[in-house]
Design a protein around this ligand. Structure first.
Ligand code: FES
Ligand code: FES
Length: 154
């Protein structure tokens, strides 16, 4: 079936199987492999993207459900030359190791900071509680989000 939506500011049109998930569409049809696939059943948060500005699990949505919407993936928030402040903060504060969880973490943190510009550590932990990290122990992730919120990213 034909699906049209906007990804990172670009209009795209794809033909997909009705059962194709949004994450598979992003990765396999559009080659946006920054969105990761972990559990494939809504638990780990690795596949988090923004759909019309709100975080969603792209493994739990069909691509067809994004028809007419705006999707933002990790590729859409910064460039190699101009990292997003949260990307800078994650790098500065060693908030990643393998990086598998990082795209989802950063998109969840973008939503948090848009809703709450000065979150407490507890609020950061709650906001990111749906994004699992097997490497870092979360301390530096919280530190990075706090630094980005404070504008201290370098
Ligand atoms: S891959 Fe979607 S929540 Fe884990
Ligand atoms: S950095 Fe490896 S899973 Fe989070």
């Amino acid at each position: 079936m034909p699906v049209r939506f906007e990804v990172n500011g670009k209009h795209v049109a794809v033909d997909v199987e009705p059962r194709m998930t949004l994450v598979d569409c992003l990765r396999h049809e559009l080659r946006l492999t920054g969105t990761h696939v972990g559990c494939e059943h809504g638990v780990c948060g690795a596949c988090t993207v923004l759909l019309d500005g709100r975080t969603v699990r792209s493994c739990l949505l069909f691509a067809a459900q994004a028809d007419g919407s705006e999707v933002t993936t990790i590729e859409g928030i910064g460039t190699h030359e101009g990292l997003h402040p949260l990307q800078q903060a994650f790098r500065r504060h060693h908030a990643l190791q393998c990086g598998f969880c990082t795209p989802g973490m950063i998109l969840a943190a973008i939503e948090l900071l848009r809703d709450n510009a000065d979150p407490s550590d507890e609020e950061i932990r709650v906001a990111l509680s749906g994004n699992l990290c097997m490497c870092t122990g979360y301390v530096n992730i919280v530190r990075a989000v706090r630094a980005a919120a404070a504008g201290k990213v370098r």
